[in-house]
Design a protein around this ligand. Structure first.
Ligand SMILES: [Zn+2]
Length: 199
């Protein structure tokens, strides 16, 4: 939940900030909360500006597979990389910063986009005996999707709280996300189903 992914941000997810109060309410119902933070060096290889002749949302071939190119976003120590000011989760125990390697993007909270370089989050979760993950945030069809897929692969039970997510929808990526997650047995809940009330 970072400024650059919210309206007026560099890589705004439509209505991204709508989920801030839902995410706050959800997180208050959990003892173990992990936040993720896109944290790119300037000139990161996922930025279209690093590839002459390319435009944001083009897809290119990287050594680790296809990569969507993005507007410059979430550059380290910028206000765009900061968490949305409405986010109220003081008890979050860990912030996973990702996308630090200039040569590899990292959508997932668990692995970089080569799907083999770990962020360390799996070890953190395992050492704490956590077996089931509930995912929320931005964007549904990239960071949430990849995190869910990797978490299933690591043997966690995974729930995506879909009304606490918003998608970017590049070339049908929201529909692709829904079918991928369904095929992997990822459960979908709404925030209301999980914690009651009217989110
Ligand atoms: Zn990024």
């Amino acid at each position: 939940m970072q400024n650059d992914f919210c309206p007026d941000g560099a890589l705004a997810v439509p209505h991204g900030d709508d989920v801030v109060p839902i995410v706050n309410r959800l997180c208050n119902a959990f003892r173990n909360v992990v936040l993720t933070q896109d944290w790119h060096p300037a000139g990161h290889s996922s930025f279209a500006s690093a590839h002459p002749g390319r435009a944001p949302y083009d897809t290119i071939a990287m050594p680790y597979g296809p990569q969507v190119l993005w507007p410059d976003h979430c550059v380290q120590n910028t206000s765009g990389a900061a968490f949305h000011s409405g986010l109220q989760i003081p008890h979050a125990g860990l912030v996973v910063r990702k996308g630090l390697n200039p040569a590899i993007d990292s959508y997932s909270a668990l692995y970089e986009n080569d799907r083999t370089t770990p962020t360390g989050l799996t070890g953190y979760l395992r050492e704490r005996g956590i077996k089931r993950l509930f995912l929320a945030g931005l964007a549904l069809d990239f960071c949430v999707r990849y995190s869910a897929e990797d978490a299933v692969r690591e043997g966690f039970a995974v729930v995506v709280i879909e009304d606490a997510c918003r998608g970017i929808d590049v070339k049908g990526s929201v529909a692709a996300t829904r079918s991928s997650l369904a095929a992997l047995g990822v459960t979908r809940f709404t925030a209301g189903e999980l914690i009651g009330g009217n989110p």
